[in-house]
Design a protein around this ligand. Structure first.
Ligand code: GLN
Length: 483
């Protein structure tokens, strides 16, 4: 059973109250945080007050929705009214948003209880959560390793049972890669399905918010609550939100799946990851799916394309942190030095690197050679996916080429860090939905993720295939070795 359904069952059958459930999670946070460091802010008293309100409703005999009383965590780049939202950056150290992001509002309206805000790579730039200006989050499966990133705090919190479900954001893999490295489910929805209003922008044409959850069904339930048109986001799609719960079946008879062959040919893929993916494909076949190999020849160009487009958009989005409106301001007599000092002191090294790459790629004389060229390659990558989806329903490949690496291992080698997102980035460039779910463990006991990629707005198929696979395996029942 999904964690949300299990908790809901406790609430309606009155075997546990919302306050007891919430307190249980808060106790776990207190016990684990000294080593795990998943949370930047814990909103304990607010959470307990919300839980009391849910209990009062239950006591009054009112019916409650599925998410009512469910404790969740939010990545700290999602604006929360009255609660610090730092993006793990010094530049937003004391920033308290005056409004809620749409996703926060929708989850709160559904009755979910916010336990706190989770750690991330500064402004969601990174793959290990080591770029946080505040703390390094540990991987619950091995404290010496990274949880992935940039939604590493959310992934670690879900894996460690410090919340029922969490939200993350994914620009190039930041939900799926940490989900894979922490052994949980992560979904990046179709671009435009979930409102970005109140998500602090990194690269606006790529950013999407999505769930990190213990099971596929939990992810489906959260998506159903946060998806749907929002007039506050001009890229929000005006489409009906399906009842994703309907797509959870156990047979895959007649489903056509395609293994993206290029992902197996890529350098640096762990043999154990490859073997686990092959095994998963075999199991999917046993469930009735037809599997074929599909070539996406431009898949490998995703990474260089992304590292032009994402920094270009970031350099523009981050221009607003000048010490005038938000966060910290460096004290200085002169306006120009106030700007430059605020930015020099407020941003970390990786953020500065991206701003410089982006400004360079957008500058006169280089714009055509870099930015425009990257946009053209982006279209070609999208065309590869279009062709693939004329032949199959869902594409399959590993989520990450490796399992969780050691903290510190890649911090001085940005290129090797960037390679971590080789298989997730093309999905963002094409605006498609991608789901990562646990598909095994390597010899060191570290979890691995299988990535399912769907055509635009076919989250239902990802849930269908993911759920069937999950029912046939027991990876999601395994827990990290924590007290
Ligand atoms: N790791 C990638 C980057 O550093 C993706 C980050 C993300 O999806 N937010 O940009």
């Amino acid at each position: 059973m999904s964690v949300i359904r299990e908790l809901h069952h406790h609430l309606v059958s009155k075997t546990r109250s919302a306050v007891e459930i919430t307190q249980g999670y808060l106790d776990r946070i207190t016990a684990l945080e000294p080593q795990l460091h998943s949370y930047l802010t814990v909103t304990a008293s607010q959470a307990l007050a919300q839980a009391q309100a849910v209990d009062a409703k239950i006591a009054a005999g009112e019916t409650i929705g599925l998410l009512e009383g469910i404790p969740i965590a939010l990545k700290d780049n999602l604006c929360t009214r009255g609660v610090p939202t730092t993006c793990a950056s010094k530049v937003l150290e004391h920033f308290i948003p005056p409004y809620d992001s749409t996703v926060t509002q929708r989850l709160q309206q559904a009755g979910a209880i916010v336990l706190g805000k989770t750690n991330l790579d500064e402004f969601a730039m990174g793959s290990s959560t080591e770029n946080s200006a505040y703390q390094v989050t540990a991987n619950p499966w091995d404290f010496l390793r990274v949880p992935g990133g940039s939604s590493g705090g959310s992934a670690a919190a879900v894996a460690a049972g410090e919340c029922a479900v969490a939200l993350g954001s994914d620009t190039g893999g930041s939900i799926r890669q940490p989900a894979a490295l922490c052994g949980v489910v992560g979904l990046k929805p179709t671009y435009g399905l979930v409102s970005r209003f109140g998500l602090v922008a990194y690269a606006s044409s790529l950013d999407q918010i999505g769930p990190l959850a213990p099971t596929v069904e939990d992810a489906a339930l959260v998506l159903a609550a946060i998806a749907g048109y929002d007039p506050h986001d001009s890229t929000s799609l005006m489409v009906p939100v399906p009842d994703y719960g309907q797509s959870l079946k156990t047979s895959l008879k007649g489903r056509r799946l395609g293994l993206i062959t290029e992902t197996f040919a890529s350098q640096g893929i762990d043999p154990s990851v490859k073997a686990a993916t092959e095994k998963a494909l075999q199991q999917l076949q046993e469930l009735g799916a037809e599997v074929q190999e599909i070539s996406c020849p431009r898949f490998a160009y995703g990474l260089p394309t992304y590292y032009i487009i994402a920094p270009s958009e970031a350099s523009s989005n981050l221009a607003r942190y000048d010490g005038v409106k938000y966060g910290v301001r460096s004290n200085n007599e002169n306006l120009l030095t106030m700007y430059t000092q605020t930015r020099a002191q407020g941003f970390g090294a990786e953020v500065k690197r991206r701003i410089m790459i982006g400004t360079y790629a957008l500058s006169a004389g280089y714009y055509d050679a870099y930015y425009l060229k990257a946009q053209k390659v982006r279209t070609l990558i999208k065309q590869d996916f279009d062709q693939a989806f004329s032949r199959v329903d869902v594409l399959v490949c590993p989520t990450s080429p490796t399992t969780a690496f050691k903290a510190g291992e890649k911090v001085d080698d940005p290129l090797s860090m960037y390679l971590s997102d080789l298989m997730t980035i093309p999905v963002n460039l094409a605006g498609l939905p991608g789901l990562s779910l646990p598909c095994g463990f390597d010899q060191q006991g570290l979890p691995m993720g299988l990535q399912l990629i769907g055509n635009a707005l076919r989250e239902d198929l990802l849930f269908e295939v993911g759920y069937a696979y999950e029912q046939a395996t027991d990876w999601h029942h395994r827990r990290p070795p924590l007290p």
